[in-house]
Design a protein around this ligand. Structure first.
Ligand SMILES: O=C(O)c1cc(C(=O)O)c2c(n1)C(=O)C(=O)c1cc(C(=O)O)[nH]c1-2
Length: 247
């Protein structure tokens, strides 16, 4: 039986998970941020990461659909607006991500079709969608808490990539500008929620496990990229080939 943690202890335990398991620790990010990837490898990253982006509003809609609290829904629906945009301002996160894949020379139809995805990306991203649909609302909210750790990695990524790659510029990376304030706003809301709603020891354990799960979702996407495009360079049949031979 686990002990009841104070809200502050719960937060400290969540931060310890992020410190150990967040994807900023993955070697693929080390290569991406320090300019040690070639353009084809950066294209592979952006293409696969598009799939994660595209599923985020669907997973947030699944979370919305599970809450009976209109105040909660009002706050949470902002996430969907941020990613999908509005009629007046259609350049939400998804559109901005496609701005990055455009800048990298990838065809939009190919990117959005998902045809060149790594199987590992597909399975990891879909596992996230299933997780939030099937687990408790508390666990679903907790699984978004990786965003607590996002601002640091975004700052490192943008400055590293701008310095190192002549094929990306600030406009291509503008997706990340908005994430710098959206991610902390969203993470603070979700953190307050889990600190308030995890009222029993088993619920606190569920919250911690949900964050571990989500770190695994992010980590396994980078494992798949690394295996296919860095070492040993085993690109699965049908997946994107930087030389364009199997498009
Ligand atoms: O660039 C990153 O490293 C990174 C990480 C994460 C994250 O930690 O899950 C998200 C994002 N970006 C992101 O752009 C984003 O919109 C996002 C939404 C979520 C979520 O779980 O609801 N995570 C993330």
């Amino acid at each position: 039986m686990s002990e009841m943690l104070s809200p502050e202890e719960l937060e400290a335990a969540l931060r310890a998970i992020g410190k150990a398991r967040y994807h900023n620790n993955h070697p693929f990010h080390g290569l991406l941020h320090s300019g040690r990837l070639n353009k084809g490898q950066v294209q592979a990253w952006a293409l696969n990461r598009y799939y994660y982006q595209s599923i985020i509003p669907m997973k947030d809609a699944a979370i919305l659909a599970r809450s009976s609290d209109s105040e909660f829904r009002r706050a949470w629906r902002q996430r969907i607006i941020d990613h999908d945009g509005t009629e007046e301002a259609p350049d939400g996160g998804i559109e901005r991500w496609l701005g990055l894949t455009d800048a990298l020379g990838l065809d939009r139809g190919y990117v959005t079709s998902g045809a060149g995805l790594l199987p590992g990306t597909r399975f990891a991203v879909e596992a996230y969608l299933h997780f939030v649909s099937e687990k408790s609302l508390l666990e679903a909210v907790a699984s978004s808490l990786t965003e607590m750790f996002a601002p640091t990695i975004i700052t490192e990524r943008v400055s590293g990539m701008l310095k190192s790659y002549d094929f990306v510029d600030a406009k291509a990376l503008s997706y990340f500008d908005k994430r710098l304030y959206q991610a902390p706003r969203d993470a603070n809301f979700a953190l307050d929620y889990v600190k308030r709603e995890a009222r029993l020891p088993y619920q606190q354990q569920q919250v911690l496990k949900a964050l571990e799960f989500k770190c695994d979702v992010l980590w396994s996407q980078l494992d798949a990229l690394h295996y296919a495009y860095v070492e040993p360079g085993n690109i699965p049949p049908g997946a994107f080939r930087p030389d364009g031979s199997a498009k």
